[in-house]
Design a binder for this molecule. Structure first.
Ligand SMILES: [Zn+2]
Length: 341
């Protein structure tokens, strides 16, 4: 018995028929056994999706389920998501009781649509015989902060839709459905691909790899592969566009008397000045010490904010010095601040 049918389809209890159908199609595309050969958990998931859809797509059964939390008898009895099925083909053996066939012209509307979308419309029987560009694919990759700043090369398993070699994309062999692609005309192949992540990418950047999406149909050009880059944050360096921000602790004498301190940047340590009389929270800029822009190739800046650190140990000498320092302030630093809302 599957769990909650609404949860299985990822829809709310108030979802209408169109929403339920849309959610079902999306999930069926993802978990269909032909797309996940040998993957038992996907197969199980596919069955659960089928069962949930069988109940929720039927008004009477849905009402029964909503009222009693269960459906009498086999919830999938009499349910055929692929209407007017003409027979059984090998392709659906993994679907557990559902006949899945791809060569049924006019039949299998839902599955045809499912694979039509998945395979970029390369549906046998009603395919338009004109060259079409392959679909774009998108993949996600996570890189470290350092790799994003410096650029890197990642190796990714890329799934590509390729024309079926056995039938040449026709989906049929000697008038019957092609056994290799089950009539879809295309197969999914996985290859490892090295993708260059340019220096300076920001979180969310999509890197385009031309021509590495789905293969074109009937001689059409291939789609592109887009690699969406997620950048892990850094505990110390904070990125703001092409600029880098850090906070730099300084001692009271350094802030009061001024001096030279070392500031860590993504390009390595840099000697930087702290002018005499610097207060906590002041920010200084090191030009060109930030991240390189992927387009303009110009470097951003490094911005460091000074934070005065107060010594922890209190000694009589320290107390005496602090009292003398108090005399240096001209007036109350909080003068001029609003005292309430
Ligand atoms: Zn084929």
């Amino acid at each position: 018995m599957a769990g909650d049918y609404y949860q299985t389809l990822g829809v709310s209890r108030t979802a209408d028929a169109a929403e339920i159908k849309k959610a079902y199609r999306k999930l069926a595309r993802k978990f269909h056994p032909d797309v996940n050969p040998g993957n038992e958990s996907a197969e199980q998931k596919f069955k659960e999706i089928q069962e949930a859809y069988a109940v929720l797509s039927d008004a009477d059964r849905r009402t029964q389920y909503d009222t009693f939390g269960t459906v009498e008898g086999d919830p999938t009895a009499g349910f055929d998501p692929f209407r007017r099925a003409r027979g059984r083909a090998g392709g659906g053996a993994g679907a557990g009781g559902f006949t899945v066939d791809f060569d049924g012209v006019g039949g299998f509307q839902d599955l045809g649509d499912i694979f039509g979308q998945f395979f970029g419309g390369a549906r046998p029987g009603r395919a338009r015989r004109a060259p079409r560009r392959g679909e774009d694919h998108e993949l996600a990759v996570e890189v470290s902060f350092e790799d994003a700043v410096r650029g890197t090369t990642v190796s990714l398993p890329v799934q590509r839709q390729m024309q079926c070699a056995a039938c040449g994309g026709a989906g049929q062999q000697s008038r019957s459905s092609c056994a290799s692609c089950h009539g879809a005309g295309v197969v999914i192949s996985t290859e490892r691909m090295r993708v260059k992540i340019p220096e300076g990418v920001t979180d969310g950047t999509r890197v385009r790899v031309g021509g590495k999406g789905a293969e074109g149909v009937l001689g059409g050009s291939p789609g592109d592969l887009f690699v969406r880059v997620k950048v892990r944050p850094h505990p110390f360096f904070e990125r703001e566009g092409d600029d880098i921000r850090t906070t730099v602790p300084v001692t009271f004498p350094e802030a009061y008397l001024g001096g030279e301190i070392e500031v860590g940047t993504v390009h390595g340590p840099v000697r930087a000045k702290v002018p005499a009389g610097t207060s906590s929270g002041r920010t200084f800029r090191l030009r060109g010490k930030g991240v390189r822009n992927t387009r303009t190739r110009a470097y951003g800046d490094h911005l460091y904010t000074v934070e005065i650190v107060v010594p922890r140990v209190v000694s009589p000498v320290g107390e005496e010095s602090a009292r003398r320092v108090a005399d240096l302030y001209q007036g109350n630093p909080r003068d001029g601040l609003p005292r309430s809302l």
